[in-house]
Write a protein that binds this ligand. Sequence first.
Ligand code: KIV
Ligand code: ZN
Length: 529
Amino acid sequence: MTVNSNPNNHQNSNESAYKRIRIFDTTLRDGEQSPGASLEPEQKIILARQLAKLGVDVIEPGFAISSPGDFAAVQQVSRELQTVEIAGFARAMKADIDAAVRATADAARRRLHLFISSSDIHLDFQLRKSREQVLQIAREMVAYGKQFVDQIEFSPMDASRSGREFVIEMVEAVIAEGATIINLPDTLGYAMPEEYGEMFRIVRQQARGGDKVSYSAHCHNDLGLAVANSLAAIRAGATQIEVTINGVGERAGNCSLEELVMAIETRKSAIGAETGIVTGEIYETSRMVSRAMNFPIAYNKPIVGRNAFQHESGIHQDGLLKNRSTYEIMDPDAMGIPRSMIVLGKHSGRHALKHRLSEYGVKLDETQLEDLYNRFKVKADELKLVPDDVLIRLASETTATEHDPYTLTDLQVLAGTQRSRIASVTIRERDSEQERTYTGTGTGPLEAVIHCIQQAIPVAAEFEDLELHSLSTGEDARGEAVVSIVHNNRRYRGTAIHNDIILAAAQAYVAACNQQLLSVKPADNGASA
Ligand code: KIV
Ligand code: ZN
């Protein structure tokens, strides 16, 4: 679990004093409803395995009736992941329930998750049914599902915008038919934390049988309140929170697993709760979901955003180099987050530059450091962030010594409509002082370039990932490329910025290789910004 790095957070050593919150992950169902984020069944299975490794308590793998692919995914996840409870999601309709029951039949532990709307807006304009009719359907469908599955979770959809008395009436009715978990969704992300918590208190107290069931929160993030609302629900008695990785989901998304879990972990004694999440798997899970869904993560996203543990200001950098907890409340290592603690930019100081270069075995005397610092400031104004490879190049200029083992000196690419693309890359090798040209092909120009560099630089590292980001708009837009390679379980990242995105990718790859070859850090997880 995480290290408590906040000196003000005096954690109770008796872990069992905390209320255990069950994490219900709906990334593969509600999260997948995010526009453009749909997943193939095989991708769902791979992600579900990772969610199990992450330690979630319940997985909702899809909506079985919605397509043969989703049915197959729910079925396969139910068969394979016997340590996690599986939720079969269904509208309050027999055909949906039958599909969910069949798809989850082989799960070691399962529940049915049934829902029907409870707000007048939904009843009048969408379902075109009266409250009495909806109540009757809810009753009948819970009773129907209960014949097959013991655990029934029931959600009055749009509960937070529904009349309280009607929510209570519906909850009473479904409890009487055997519902065991009551989920009160804030479907439109409309509730304020006090209101949302209050709804749980009232329903628990006033619904007949309300003390015999457990409660779950399901919050959307339209007003950015999904985590705050979920915490309010915990305070008001909820013991399960429904979440998605990276907060993916309809519109502004769902309550983000990593934000909720880390709020609980970091402020355990203030919240009085804990989860069973293996926090060390958070970053890997986030990356896997982001890649599978083609869903980029905002730089400033809490916990998993690229800037979440980056520090540019000289004052912060100085504090961090003395003691991490001066400017950090969580330890990124505890979430498996690779990073270099410091992003170098125009606010960085000499101390930070010296520290970073020492990680690559580059030592400077006072005069050289002063010269480098001046060059660095000019570069920082131009680039905003100075990647490590650029810093090393500046150090080479300062010391009149080539530090990078390999330098890309030329790149040519033939792109177009032919079946394969052709690239040629010229690389200068520092030690032999030789320059050689390599050619390669690929299905795209980037792949062709990667093949050239793989021939040119014989590092044993595995190419892991290439990310491209547009840094501006317009005809002269500049792109940033980040390449990560992995060697002996250590990750090295090279970054480059250019208005030729292919050249940026090539430079970033060469930079990552150089970093691996230069790195003298004892436990380097990721060397660049
Ligand atoms: O947002 C919502 O209301 C839902 C329910 C159907 C649980 O996703
Ligand atoms: Zn939802």
